[in-house]
Write a protein that binds this ligand. Structure first.
Ligand SMILES: [Zn+2]
Length: 241
């Protein structure tokens, strides 16, 4: 296969990645530290000392950049988003339910998962939904080198383009893990960063770890609904397929 391996970070010593890396003006990318993680692929551990404000490291200080997308413009808009697919046998169920409810959503897919079910990419578009990127291997991006970040974003873009003809524009960093180094790279590659609205992580990913019940998730959602009248903008909610 010409594509990076399933479950691995894409290699950086290939001609494709070298060309993508060359296309970037590295003088515009801040030299922030590569963040530490005990297990590669996982989100970083937050340091004991305070994170410099200029890093705007969401994971460890909750900082958003002015161009991060975290809300919907209209008060009554709902940005329904599903991460980590496509997942054959699950994603199709969402398609049916969404069609029944006449709702469209954004699916933030990973490149590696897409290689297991490439037909679901075109199907997402045919169903009227929006495809976006969730990187190739779902690693914490702030723990990666500059070259690895480029490879994560560009391989996913290329895979989706080759299988649908669409060039994706929006990306969501796995675990929301982003700082100003990652942002500077993503911007130059033409991506807009999407996180999710404060307090609208449904925690549904914990279902697979049995650390939450579906009833509790509905409870989180319903308590969020109570805060809606106080919000000036619509919410982007985080779910998983
Ligand atoms: Zn994810």
């Amino acid at each position: 296969s010409p594509w990076p391996n399933y479950g691995e970070k894409p290699k950086t010593n290939t001609p494709e990645v070298k060309a993508w890396v060359k296309s970037i003006d590295w003088s515009k990318v801040p030299k922030l530290p590569i963040r530490h993680t005990d297990s590669p692929g996982d989100p970083p551990e937050c340091p004991q000392k305070e994170v410099p404000e200029g890093d705007c490291w969401w994971t460890c200080s909750g900082c958003y950049a002015p161009d991060d997308v975290v809300d919907c413009p209209g008060k009554n808009d709902w940005g329904l988003t599903f991460d980590d697919g496509p997942e054959p046998g699950v994603t199709e169920n969402y398609f049916s339910l969404l069609k029944e409810k006449n709702v469209t959503a954004t699916f933030f897919v990973t490149g590696m998962k897409s290689t297991k079910a490439p037909w679901l990419l075109q199907e997402t578009i045919d169903q009227g939904h929006h495809l976006a990127s969730h990187t190739w291997s779902h690693s914490g991006l702030t723990t990666l080198t500059n070259e690895e970040i480029v490879a994560e974003l560009k391989w996913t873009e290329k895979y989706i383009f080759d299988h649908t003809g669409y060039k994706i524009k929006y990306f969501r960093p796995p675990y929301g893990d982003i700082d100003n180094r990652v942002r500077a790279i993503a911007r130059q590659l033409g991506f807009k960063t999407v996180i999710w609205s404060n307090e609208w992580d449904t925690q549904d990913w914990q279902l697979s770890e049995n650390t939450i019940t579906s009833k509790q998730i509905v409870g989180i959602f319903n308590s969020g609904l109570k805060s809606l009248p106080d919000r000036k903008k619509g919410v982007i909610t985080l779910q998983h397929d």
